[in-house]
Design a protein around this ligand. Sequence first.
Ligand SMILES: C[S@@+](CC[C@H](N)C(=O)[O-])C[C@H]1O[C@@H](n2cnc3c(N)ncnc32)[C@H](O)[C@@H]1O
Length: 348
Amino acid sequence: MHNVPYLTHMAGTGLHVIIELTLLRSTLPVHTACAYPEHVRRICETRPSTFFTLKLKMTQDLKALVHFPKEYFEGLQAICRHGYEDYLGQREKDVKDAFESFVFCGETDSTLRVLAVGASDGILDIPIIDTLDSKYRSVLYTVVEPVESQVHEFSALVKSKRERGLWMSTNFDFQLTTIEEFLSKTKTRKELGGFDIIHLQHSAYHLPESVIVELYGQLNKGGMLFTMLVVGAWENNYLRISNIIPDSMLLKFAGSSTLRDTLYRRIPDVKIQTKYRKMRFKADECFKEESKDGNLIVNFLVQLHDFRKTAPPEVVNNYMKYLRECCEELNGELYIPADDEDIVVIKQ
Ligand SMILES: C[S@@+](CC[C@H](N)C(=O)[O-])C[C@H]1O[C@@H](n2cnc3c(N)ncnc32)[C@H](O)[C@@H]1O
């Protein structure tokens, strides 16, 4: 119950807010009001009534997209098909720079141990592996990914690289499991050598704070934690969806600034470096109700399965209005800003 006065204070003292808080107290567990507390505070400041009214209308029919791997990856592919662009060509360079500048503190001849969390088909890992494989004599690259089709694609990628004589200094260890499960089986891993690099490219959304802290604990001294997550408009979009979906289905991290806040709070004296990138993708399809790709993209943006069919019509309408407001128009086409950010933390 102690969260209610906090939110009341932060949300201002408009009469409608007080009334809605009363409703909220009687119908929902109070902890639902404190997802991403700092960010909810900001939403409350700008739109005092929206947070509470929409939450009250949530329905049991909503299902988290992450539990539907086929649709989840179809959504991602649809976004890529509709011009998901790193339009300043920065991403590969930023990633290579970060991994190139990493200083390995292990013995000269020892193996560099890397953990890739939620790596999917490995496409985003290519610049990382290229950089490390050319720099070190021996790399052990452990991939933890819970979706079988993605692990198969990553293994096929490795095979095709090897057939061309590439990635020969790197040994791959594919773990078809969640990171939570992996960590629970490897509690003593630290004694076996820990990791020198742990990276999470667009996967920390799905992981609880405790896992991020535990991963940091698995790093050797001088080791690097590298994350890439959305920031800006897309992160705000994920914060916004916390208004309409039950907490049990919420992403654990809405984006990079949410993760940054957690790192500052949970890791004493942590030093964080960041790299911000402009990104975008085309949004026209999202506004065509019958468009298959449009619906896949919208589902991904709200992280819900079959959003248009399962959410109450007023929630869908409100969200689509909000999404339209987020769009930027360029040469007659609509774009959704999809900026992202890298975070680098070196373990002291
Ligand atoms: C948005 S995708 C990013 C994939 C890839 N890194 C990329 O950027 O293209 C998120 C990934 O996290 C994975 N994932 C979700 N929950 C996970 C968990 N508990 N442990 C490890 N990976 C997880 C998903 O299967 C998916 O591959």
